[in-house]
Design a protein around this ligand. Structure first.
Ligand code: URA
Length: 315
């Protein structure tokens, strides 16, 4: 075969890879942003671009930055849902879909309310995972290969929450299995904790395409599911890995460098109103890029160990 052609094809593939395109979902390109805008216009709602909500210059979940300039998707300052396009879940029957006519959703407060209802009615982790698998309110599921629900001990005393699955997690269907997951395992091991004995999950259960950060609206839509997962596991201690998780779970305003190492409370569930001590730590992906910051992570791990050692035996 023509060597020039091979080189060109290899260069094109490399360009795709660098742009974050590493999974083929269809032979024909589709502009889902345009589809969403068209659908919103058809419904008479303002067509706001989901791209507008992207975090500027920040790296994706597998490359979490120490902090992010974007406003958090958090209870206290959640994006104005009413400013989003109106509800429209459409049948995607346009030609060229290689995905068997998936539904494209215009995310809005109806999707959030639907998520809340589905999450609330789940009485076990199995039911919650099944409810998420059926949930069509978050378009991330259209490009992700797997639903990455969470793994580890369903009754763990310690629960760790990251931002969103990356490429390796999407392939495996499990959280924190790539390089940052391996570092996380070593970090836990350093304080005598086996990965299998804890619960590990993410604020968003589908990999955002190209590892971009989840938008505030995507985080908001998925929030009821992570909140319900916390309720069902009922851990004694929560750890938020990285700034996006800390902001989403704790509603924290501060950057991770200020927040890390501090113990806060996460108030669980409307019915129980129980506060769970929660520690924000640096994300392992950040530590892989900034190994000198591991000394801070070590301090936080020791603080975590002290808390765990001080827990009364489980009833
Ligand atoms: N980064 C995350 O935040 N979560 C994962 O599962 C993997 C990498």
């Amino acid at each position: 075969m023509d060597g020039g052609f091979n080189e060109t094809a290899a260069a094109l593939l490399e360009w795709y890879r660098e742009a974050g395109i590493d999974v083929v979902v269809s032979d024909i390109p589709r502009d889902r942003f345009a589809e969403t805008a068209t659908e919103a216009t058809r419904r008479g709602a303002p067509a706001s671009s989901p791209m507008a909500a992207r975090r500027d210059g920040s790296a994706g979940p597998a490359n979490a930055t120490a902090d992010s300039a974007m406003p958090p998707a958090q209870r206290s300052s959640a994006p104005s849902l009413s400013s989003m396009p109106s509800a429209a879940t459409t049948r995607d029957d346009s030609p060229g879909s290689g995905l068997g006519s998936p539904r494209v959703t215009v995310p809005d407060e109806v999707a959030v309310a639907d998520a809340r209802e589905r999450a609330r009615s789940a009485q076990s982790l199995e039911e919650l995972e099944a409810a998420l698998a059926r949930f069509e309110g978050c378009n991330l599921r259209l490009t992700a290969r797997s639903l990455v629900f969470g793994d580890g001990d369903p009754r763990a005393r310690l629960m760790l929450i990251g931002e969103a699955p990356g490429r390796e997690e999407d392939i495996a269907g499990h959280p924190f299995v790539g390089r940052s997951g391996q570092l996380l395992n070593r970090m836990l091991g350093a304080i005598g904790i086996e990965r299998d004995s804890v619960r590990v999950t993410n604020t968003v259960p589908w990999r955002p395409p190209g590892n971009r950060p989840p938008t505030p609206m995507e985080t908001e839509i998925c929030r009821p599911f992570i909140e319900r997962q916390i309720e069902l596991v009922k851990p004694d201690i929560l750890v938020c890995l990285g700034s996006p998780a800390a902001k989403a779970i704790l509603g924290a305003q501060e950057g991770i460098m200020r927040l890390r190492g501090q113990w806060r409370s996460y108030v669980m569930g409307l019915d129980e109103g129980q506060a769970i001590p929660t520690l924000a730590m640096l994300h392992p992906a950040y530590l892989l890029r900034q190994p000198s910051q591991k000394r801070l992570a070590w301090r936080d791990l020791q603080s975590l160990k002290q808390r765990l050692d001080g827990l009364p035996p489980r009833a």
